[in-house]
Write a protein that binds this ligand. Structure first.
Ligand code: 6YU
Length: 497
């Protein structure tokens, strides 16, 4: 094995960048990133809605506090508002669900009093907490989060809401449907029926009230890239094949081949492609194929779609202090998070909007959220069709027939050929073993003479911060460290630094 090994990183998202940065800092000189597209950042992607900077991909730093490397870097680069840096903001522990001020509208055009919906909101929030507890206990009563929540609501409502009149009770159940759709967006799943109850609690949150990047998340990427040597990334170079265990070539056991036929010999390859891409292309990407236990984990872990629809208005139709808007369908008391007819009523899956703040920066703009197959279908429509559907929806729920958006901009993550969705979640039957299998390098036997040929990073390989930017960043550092400690154990002085 060469003392200055050839290391190829596939993908220039935050995990690939983190791996390269760590390796370069440790003195590895032959590091290159092959990126399929013309840009760095992957699912960190900043765009424009008129004059405003908006995020097409990752939105927040989840849990901005000392334990979050993304927060620490953003602070170091001066990318955050002063409020996000305060000790109070860092100390807030909200378990991943910020206490936003809501406005609630219903499908009959009424603005509902949020206080009246507290029974449903509280019950749902309790059940989410309880859903997180099964991973340590085992013996979960249902295979998925959706079934658990529905069955518990039914039982508890029979007892706790028995004195409510039928209409009020029905409305509470409609609110539960809305909350299920919110959680589909949080998890990036089509339905909570696809999210495993046993593994739901594996996800860990950090303290700190979620914050955004006023100048755009891509500022983080720009700063990180400026620390890498020029020319380290080759753009527009999709990798098609990873030939590993190439035992005839003792020097370079891995050969990476791109779409255009160009080949790169390597000692190690760090694969950071999204799980959605891996699910779709693993059989052609790896030669020999992935070992079965790894493949099964790729299949068991979930990777769904969560999209945004930004909408800008001349004036607001929500309260000044409002931070989130929920749209409750009054015909959904069956606790549903999927629509029966995707083409005809995909818009029903949109749970509502978050309000872009502060107004001085964004004007009167909202971000709509829609997950699942309905979201994937939305991507196939023209911008005009999406604008029309959103306009009709808002007019119906507000009862105001003249509200007209000034601009609309939506993301299309499912049809992005290098992502194939948004982010990962623990599917039914998943356990921590699946996440460990995801990050296990190839070949799997430690006794191999050429170990660590293919390593795996990316958000879906983090055991408890999956689906986040900080999880992806840490996964890249982890795989770099794996190589660094490998080389320091076989040749303590090489590579130097
Ligand atoms: C976060 C947030 N956020 C919203 C939306 C999305 C995501 N996330 P990358 O894909 O970046 O890089 C891979 C590269 O590989 C890429 O450049 C490809 O082009 C390239 N590639 C692919 N194939 C290739 C090939 N063959 N050859 C060469 N190159 C190839 N995260 O922290 N805060 O607010 C959000 C959000 C709409 C789409 C997010 C958020 C997820 C992050 O964006 C994502 O994890 C990382 O950017 C991934 O980096 P990477 O390097 O791994 O891959 C209880 C509980 C539930 C658990 N869930 C909790 C919810 C938390 C998640 N919330 C997310 C919410 C939003 C709104």
């Amino acid at each position: 094995m060469s003392a200055n090994p050839n290391i190829v990183i596939v993908g220039c998202g935050i995990s690939g960048i983190a791996a390269a940065r760590r390796l370069v800092k440790a003195g590895f000189q032959n590091v290159r990133i092959l990126e399929a597209t013309a840009r760095s950042g992957g699912r960190i992607k900043t765009g424009r809605l008129g004059d405003s900077i908006v995020e097409i991909g990752a939105n927040w730093i989840h849990g901005p506090s000392e334990g979050n490397p993304v927060f620490c870097l953003a602070r170091q680069y001066g990318l955050l508002d002063p409020e996000a840096l305060t000790p109070e903001n860092q100390a807030m522990d909200v378990g991943g669900h910020p206490p936003w001020v809501p406005n609630v509208f219903s499908s009959s055009g009424r603005k509902l009093n949020a206080e009246d919906l507290q029974p449903a909101l509280e019950m749902f929030s309790e059940l989410l907490c309880e859903s997180s507890e099964f991973h340590s206990q085992g013996g979960e009563p249902w295979p998925n989060v959706g079934d658990f929540i529905r069955s518990e609501v039914q039982q508890r409502a029979a007892e706790m809401w028995k004195d409510m009149d039928a209409n009020t009770r029905s409305l509470q159940l409609c609110v539960i449907s809305n909350m299920l759709k919110v959680e589909c967006c949080v998890n990036g799943s089509h339905s909570l029926d696809e999210v495993g109850l046993g593994a739901f609690g594996l996800y860990k949150t950090l303290p700190g009230l979620d914050c955004t990047f006023p100048g755009g998340y891509e500022g983080l990427i720009k700063n990180l890239m400026s620390e890498l040597p020029g020319g380290l990334v080759t753009y527009n170079r999709p990798v098609r094949f990873v030939h590993w265990n190439n035992t005839e070539k003792r020097e370079n056991p891995v050969m990476v081949e791109c779409d255009d036929g160009e080949k790169f010999a390597a000692d190690h390859v760090i694969v950071t492609v999204p799980l959605g891409y891996l699910k779709k292309h693993h059989s052609t990407l790896f030669h020999p194929p992935l070992p079965l236990h790894k493949l099964h984990s790729v299949q068991r872990l979930g990777f769904g779609t969560n999209n945004k629809i930004y909408v800008e208005f001349d004036s607001p139709w929500w309260d000044q202090d409002c931070e989130v808007i929920y749209f409750v369908w009054e015909d959904e008391d069956a606790m549903v998070d999927q629509v029966p007819d995707v083409q005809g009523s995909w818009i029903k899956k949109l749970f509502g909007f978050t309000v872009l703040k502060p107004t001085e920066r964004y004007g009167h703009a909202l971000c709509g959220w829609i997950a699942g197959h309905e979201s994937e279908y939305m991507e196939t429509l023209s911008e005009q069709e999406v604008t029309h559907a959103i306009t009709q929806l808002i007019r119906r729920f507000t009862g105001n027939p003249i509200i007209t958006p000034r601009r609309v901009l939506r993301s299309q993550w499912f049809h992005d050929p290098w992502t194939c969705g948004s982010y990962s979640y623990p599917g039914k039957g998943c356990s921590v073993q699946d996440l460990e299998n995801m990050m296990e390098p190839l070949p799997v036997k430690e006794s191999q003479s050429q170990p660590l040929q293919v390593l795996f990073a990316g958000e879906a390989t983090h055991p408890y911060y999956y689906s986040t930017v900080h999880g992806a960043f840490l996964s890249g550092c982890r795989e770099a460290d794996r190589l660094i400690s490998h080389y320091s154990s076989i040749s303590p002085s090489q590579p130097a630094k």
